[in-house]
Design a protein around this ligand. Sequence first.
Ligand SMILES: [Zn+2]
Length: 158
Amino acid sequence: MFRVGVGFDAHRFDPEGKRPLKLGGVVVSTELSLKGHSDADVLLHALTDALLGAAGEPDIGELFPPSDPRWKNADSALFLKEALRRVRKKGFEVINADCVVVCDRPKISPVKGKIVENLARLLGVPTDRVNLKGKTTEGLYSPEGISVICTVLLGTVK
Ligand SMILES: [Zn+2]
């Protein structure tokens, strides 16, 4: 059996933020920072929600509410690991993931390889099963932050 999931997330830039910008668990900028209760890793949040959605589990906001002080400055890899645990508990494995990072800054191409490698490591799949695209909006939405859309495909373990 196959199951598909989609996840979306968006975070605003924090002009006064001191926390370095992390995407997919990789620090991609020390000049930019995103607002958020956890480490604000918008890519890991969207990917986590895609996994949870595919497995028919509650979403990231339900499992890890921002009102809970436990998740303050939390490493978002924790959220992804919990989503994976739930995926595997239901007898599924990740087949592939495809993600689009929508932002005008920072540039994604120089850090793409590093992010893909880390996502593959976190998901426990070869790097050719993870795809990442950086898309600018050409100023269309005067982006004040970063948004991400991810899809994942799960398959039952034989
Ligand atoms: Zn988020």
